[in-house]
Design a binder for this molecule. Structure first.
Ligand SMILES: Nc1ncnc2c1ncn2[C@@H]1O[C@H](COP(=O)(O)OP(=O)(O)OP(=O)(O)O)[C@@H](O)[C@H]1O
Ligand SMILES: N[C@@H](CCO)C(=O)O
Length: 314
């Protein structure tokens, strides 16, 4: 059992992620070049969280904050609970939009707690970090790309979540179309049926397999490869604007899907120049993040505190 915590703060940069990618429900995910920066250090008592950027006036500033909850769960796993925590968050990932904000917060918390415990890396290896983060989140398809970067395929075994990273072919250009309205993943999951027709399951399994090929080797197949029958139609009544935009983009030949549990739309191929998206949507072309979460020693610096999203092109 460790009893010592490292001196001084640690910080982490965590990417946004888009899960499902159409037919890969709870399995496929992509890390995107839009980041939250979080720093933490051990403090005398209680938890104090400061937030700037996304969610600044809305998120809790104490033990209820998701980063702190993930840190506490990790300290429990490591057998060493510090008296208190001081946490600073600079958030750029919009929350409850389908861009993996909760997974980013969880991954940040798990990695920060591990880095604050002396010898934390040997007590909790990277595979164990994935298992713990996926357990806290409830499914592995966002935490895997957030941790590993790139295009990931995640699955769960009796011992917990596992994931592999696959190379993405040139020519895959993610664009996210982000609405003002929010949608909680828990609500979107409650809209799913307990069973689906065999034909829908068979079609979606085939397209998920095709999607791995399309993303890694043949992007011209992205449109047929992103057909899903497991979740998007069931969730459409709860996000009609998202559903209409996905359908319109697909009719225009764009491989568009609901990002995660929505309501953001992810396009994996370029939008036609004059496509009428409407003014309700923010349109961001984002690079694929290939590094995943990055931990460093020290407080957030000037660059990490800059609220403008690095890599984001509107
Ligand atoms: N950076 C953060 N700090 C603290 N809490 C957060 C943070 N990001 C998300 N949360 C919590 O998670 C909730 C959103 O999680 P949810 O899983 O519904 O959406 P998401 O992760 O943004 O989308 P998706 O899982 O579909 O990609 C927020 O309402 C908030 O309670
Ligand atoms: N696979 C998850 C991703 C969102 O967290 C879902 O669609 O519910």
């Amino acid at each position: 059992m460790p009893t010592n915590f490292t001196a001084g703060p640690v910080r982490v940069r965590v990417p946004a992620t888009s899960a499902n990618l159409g037919p890969g429900f709870d399995a496929l995910g992509l890390a995107l070049g839009l980041y939250d920066d979080v720093a933490a250090e051990v403090a005398p008592g209680g938890a104090r969280v400061t937030v700037t950027g996304q969610g600044a006036s809305e998120l809790p500033d104490d033990d209820r904050h998701l980063v702190v909850r993930a840190m506490r769960a990790t300290f429990d796993a490591l057998g060493a609970q510090p008296p208190g925590l001081s946490v600073e968050c600079v958030n750029r990932i919009p929350q409850a939009r389908g861009l993996g904000s909760s997974s980013a917060a969880i991954v940040a918390g798990v990695l920060l707690a591990r880095a604050l415990v002396t010898d934390g890396g040997s007590l909790l290896d990277d595979e164990a970090v994935l298992r713990l983060a996926a357990e806290i989140e409830g499914h592995p398809d966002n935490v895997a790309p957030c941790l590993l970067g790139g295009f990931t395929l995640a699955w769960s075994e009796p011992s917990g979540a596992r994931a592999v990273t696959l190379p993405v072919a040139d020519g895959v250009r993610p664009t996210v179309l982000v609405p003002a309205e929010r949608g909680l993943t828990a609500t979107a999951r409650a809209a799913l049926p307990a069973t689906v027709p065999h034909g829908d399951a068979a079609l979606t399994a085939g397209r998920a397999a095709l999607l791995v090929h399309a993303l890694t080797a043949e992007p011209t197949l992205l449109l047929p490869a992103t057909v899903d029958r497991l979740h998007q139609d069931y969730r459409a009544p709860g996000m009609p604007g998202t559903s209409s935009l996905v359908n319109a983009l697909r009719e225009a030949g764009v491989a568009a899907v609901v990002s995660g549990a929505g309501p953001t739309v992810l396009a994996l191929s370029a939008l036609p120049e004059s496509f009428p998206v409407g003014t309700d949507w923010q349109i961001w072309q984002l690079p694929i993040d290939v590094s995943g979460a990055r931990v460093a020693r020290g407080r957030l610096g000037h660059a990490e505190r800059d609220p403008v999203a690095a890599g984001r092109k509107s």
